[in-house]
Design a protein around this ligand. Structure first.
Ligand SMILES: [Fe+2]
Length: 366
């Protein structure tokens, strides 16, 4: 399988179980008399579960089919999450689900969907922009996680609540600074040294937060902390913290390949490597003495030589017009659940005003 396929497989293997768990958390947080919504959450749980089984040992052909199934399921799940969120913010639904929790789950479902579309269409995003977009996404996700922990702990657990708020503040500051880098580098994205320093700071805070997540998980497991956090949720938060660290490290690694202006647009994709503590699912090997590797071993990639004729003196930047815009449009199937208000299209990334930078993805809901 090629690098793009490895990345797609890696995305599916991480996000499908996360989506399944979201369906579980919604099912247990809904009021018990909401049988239709609870049944729907259980259906999503089962559908994600069957995709998780399929993605364990796919071949190249089945991977594409699984990715399409996952995308369709996600787009339906996004509409379900929208309905639940709208009902919560219109105060027509009770239960123990925070609106921010559902919004958080919806953001993750959108991101997963957009990544599937990107990886299947081979759309382009330059590595610096990819890094900044990931930092924006994950820093906000980590803010939310810190707040969820603070609000699910027993009010008497002052020390841990304070620690959780401290992480929320730290990630909030990092999120604001990532927005500043996004703005400063929007027109001429490149890995300037301060962005690399900032990314390493984010990794440092992320490592501390990962340790905090482990502590919460272990204290819950040994019944040494007062809270209403289900152990499964604590594990889920820890897995996402690890994924955040893995993705930022992977992108920083990819910036190593950018050495000259021509690489800005033609640098090869870096090798994909799984997080070291994620066990690879075991696939049957044609030769039992040689286990099938889940990912190709990491090889140092030769740096491509930039043909003189292709070296641009400066990136050619031009404003996008409706004719030159590179927008990939996907139409979501209408879900059984009737939304409270008509859904607007989702566009990612939200900003894109020059070529040949980033392909933009638009998802329409009927
Ligand atoms: Fe999350």
């Amino acid at each position: 399988m090629n690098n793009q396929k490895d990345k797609l497989l890696d995305e599916l293997r991480f996000w499908l179980p996360i989506m399944k768990e979201h369906a579980v958390f919604i099912g247990i947080g809904l009021p018990c008399d909401e049988s239709k919504l609870i049944k729907k959450a259980q259906d999503y749980e089962n559908s994600y579960d069957s995709l998780i089984k399929k993605v364990k040992c796919p071949n190249e052909q089945s991977l594409d089919t699984i990715a399409e199934e996952a995308l369709n399921l996600n787009l339906e799940f996004i509409q379900y999450l929208t309905f639940v969120l709208d009902s919560l913010i219109e105060c027509t639904l009770g239960g123990s689900l925070y609106p921010l929790l559902i919004d958080h789950m919806r953001r993750e479902a959108i991101r997963f969907s957009v990544n599937i579309i990107k990886l299947r269409s081979k759309s382009t995003i330059i590595p610096t922009e990819e890094l900044i977009q990931k930092e924006l996404f994950w820093s906000k996700i980590m803010v939310d996680h810190s707040e969820f922990i603070a609000h699910f702990l027993d009010p008497s657990e002052d020390k841990f609540i304070n620690d959780a708020h401290m992480f929320s503040d730290a990630f909030n500051r990092l999120h604001c600074q990532a927005e500043d880098f996004e703005s400063m580098l929007e027109i001429t994205p490149r890995p300037i040294p301060s962005l690399i320093r900032f990314s390493n700071e984010m990794l440092q805070v992320g490592e501390d937060f990962r340790r905090f997540n482990i502590a919460i998980y272990e204290l819950l497991n040994s019944c040494q902390i007062l809270s209403i956090i289900p152990t499964q949720l604590a594990k889920h938060l820890l897995q996402e913290a690890e994924r955040f660290l893995f993705e930022i490290k992977r992108d920083l690694n990819s910036l190593e390949y950018i050495k000259s202006p021509c690489d800005l647009y033609s640098a090869p994709m870096p090798p994909v490597f799984p997080p070291s503590n994620t066990p690879c699912p075991s696939c049957p090997s044609p030769n039992p003495s040689m286990p099938t590797p889940c990912y190709p071993p990491i090889q140092p990639m030769p740096h491509p030589s930039c043909p003189a004729s292709s070296v641009p003196e400066a990136p050619i930047l031009k404003p996008s017009t409706p004719e030159t815009e590179n927008i990939l449009t996907i139409d979501a199937k209408k879900s059984e659940i009737e939304l409270i208000v008509p859904a607007q299209p989702i566009v990612r990334p939200k900003k894109n005003f020059f070529q040949p930078n980033t392909s933009q993805i638009k998802i329409n809901f009927k």
